[in-house]
Design a protein around this ligand. Structure first.
Ligand SMILES: [Zn+2]
Length: 530
């Protein structure tokens, strides 16, 4: 493909340019054009909510609105690969899960994975998509070492799912994000660049290829540019991830690469519906990093426009450590993947009864549950419970008599903080602890939480412990601590109120966590005020 003169003088750039496969869909190909049309078509429906994005109060009074679309790749957790019977998944030794089909031997023929064909429909239904009565696999041709066939099989102009919409519950109400398409494709193999500092190709001494990943099923989801802040992007992705996990079609873990996200970002003057040049950001491995990457890119683009420049189309890697964006490659004008229908596969025509069966199997989706629980608690707590997979425990704990907000706080903070698996916690025991948490010593409460996941756990021994709140018992200890720290006492009386926590902490330490913190607080305050 790219064979412009001079390309050989710059091997990393050439290799980067040709590496535009799965996680990096083509740049100027027809697929992109069709997305662009969708981009235009959607623009007028975008809610125009002005956001002042300028950091420079001295600048012209222009407020900028970010326009963000996302491309998400999800690795399906089918037992076998997309077009052969090799096991899909992690953990096996390099190049042990391969066969003539996924290694691209001449004459080997692909056979589609039935479960993957069902799962993309299931996901499409959950995303409110129309399910295409006829979807077609195509060959996307390019040369790269991790693609032994010389082409990737991917749905192209006739994808399985189109025109969906996901309603993202936000504190101010639902925000609709259009789903342009969701389609099936196969993943490429994995290149491992050895000897460099960064693990990337630049500076590496050599590259190894592990073909185990080659041919595993992926779904690519493309959103309309309906997202207008980094925070909205994060909320959308949290919800999408939870939906995918609950459908049981993928573990969708960013750190393992089973969920990968690229963001297309542009900005425009708030109140307009124009679409300016957008840039793509890649290489972000958590939702927080994605939000930070988007924020950095938005700020960069506003800076370019406000200084009289023009944003050029580029792909950037976001460096989490430094918060900087590094240009990956200029978009070539004519990436030509020479798509054509895969001649070895028949079109996918999902039977209507299968689609209806899958529709009937859809569970109550996370968005609906965030709304429902949000009415009982508040939006933020509901979001944390649902997207954290915590709400079943919360519901059980509340049903066992715990107060809702207190139960939510203990689960989202202490249970999660202690690394306890919420699915093994007995809600009735947790409800007892939630109710007693102000009464029993902090130390007993923390210990109970850390052990609540153990088989046969019961809260009773911890509930039997009473915090020492008796002034007569605490007074000598407080006196001792104050006498031992005269300098701090003087500073406190001189106005350094923050030292109160120091004294309380010393008393708690002296009592080995058995004292009632509130009683100690009052006592110390009273003594120092005297
Ligand atoms: Zn295989």
């Amino acid at each position: 493909m790219t064979s412009s003169p001079g390309a050989c003088d710059d091997p990393p750039a050439l290799l980067a340019a040709v590496s535009s496969r799965p996680a990096k869909p083509g740049s100027a190909d027809g697929c992109r054009r069709s997305r662009h049309d969708a981009f235009r078509g959607r623009a007028e429906h975008c809610p125009l909510r002005p956001r002042t994005a300028s950091n420079d109060p001295g600048a012209r009074e222009v407020s900028w609105e970010p326009v963000i679309g996302l491309e998400i790749h999800v690795q399906l957790k089918t037992r076998t690969k997309m077009f052969c019977r090799c096991p899909a998944g992690f953990g096996a030794g390099e190049n042990t899960q391969t066969c003539p089909v996924c290694l691209g031997f001449p004459g080997a023929l692909p056979v589609p994975n039935r479960l993957a064909l069902e799962w993309v429909v299931k996901l499409g239904l959950a995303l409110g998509c129309e399910i295409a009565p006829r979807a077609v696999f195509a060959r996307k041709n390019y040369f790269y070492p991790d693609l032994p066939k010389g082409y990737q099989i991917s749905q192209y102009d006739l994808p399985s799912c189109i025109s969906g919409k996901m309603l993202v519950p936000l504190p101010e109400g639902d925000h609709a994000v259009g789903i342009v398409r969701a389609h099936l494709e196969e993943d490429a193999a994995k290149n491992v660049h050895v000897g460099g500092r960064t693990g990337r190709i630049g500076g590496a001494e050599h590259t190894l290829v592990d073909y185990n990943r080659g041919g595993t099923p992926l779904v690519e989801i493309v959103t309309a540019p309906d997202i207008h802040s980094a925070e909205e992007a994060k909320r959308f992705l949290q919800l999408l991830r939870q939906t995918i996990v609950e459908l049981g079609i993928s573990d969708a873990e960013m750190e393992k690469g089973t969920l990968r996200v690229d963001a297309n970002v542009s900005v425009r003057p708030a109140g307009t519906d124009e679409l300016r040049t957008r840039c793509e950001i890649k290489n972000m491995n958590s939702f927080t990093h994605i939000a930070r990457g988007i924020e950095a890119e938005v700020a960069r683009q506003i800076g370019v426009w406000e200084s009289g420049g023009e944003v050029e189309q580029h792909t950037y890697d976001f460096d989490v450590a430094t918060g900087t964006l590094t240009p990956r490659r200029a978009k070539e004008e004519a990436d030509d993947y020479r798509y054509f229908p895969e001649p070895d596969l028949v079109p996918v025509e999902p039977p209507a009864e299968m689609v209806e069966r899958l529709r009937g199997e859809l569970p109550e989706l996370p968005a609906a549950r965030i709304r429902r629980i949000g009415e009982l608690l508040d939006h933020e707590r509901a979001l944390v419970l649902v997207t954290g997979g915590l709400e079943r425990l919360w519901e059980g704990t509340v049903a066992a008599g715990a107060e809702g907000v207190a139960a939510s706080n203990v689960i989202s903070n202490q249970i999660v903080g202690a690394g306890v698996d919420p699915s093994v916690v007995e809600p009735a025991e947790l409800a007892k602890l939630v109710a007693a948490r102000e009464r029993i010593p902090r130390k007993a409460f923390d210990e109970a939480i850390s052990r609540i996941g153990e088989p046969g756990f019961t809260a009773d021994p911890f509930l039997a412990q009473e915090a020492v709140s008796d002034t007569a018992a605490l007074e000598p200890i407080v006196d001792k601590i104050l006498a031992a720290n005269p300098a701090q006492v003087e500073q406190y009386r001189g106005g350094k109120d923050g030292l109160l926590g120091f004294f309380v902490g010393q008393v708690m330490k002296e009592t080995k966590g058995q004292a009632d913190a509130r009683a100690v607080n009052e006592l110390v305050r009273a003594k120092l005020g005297a």
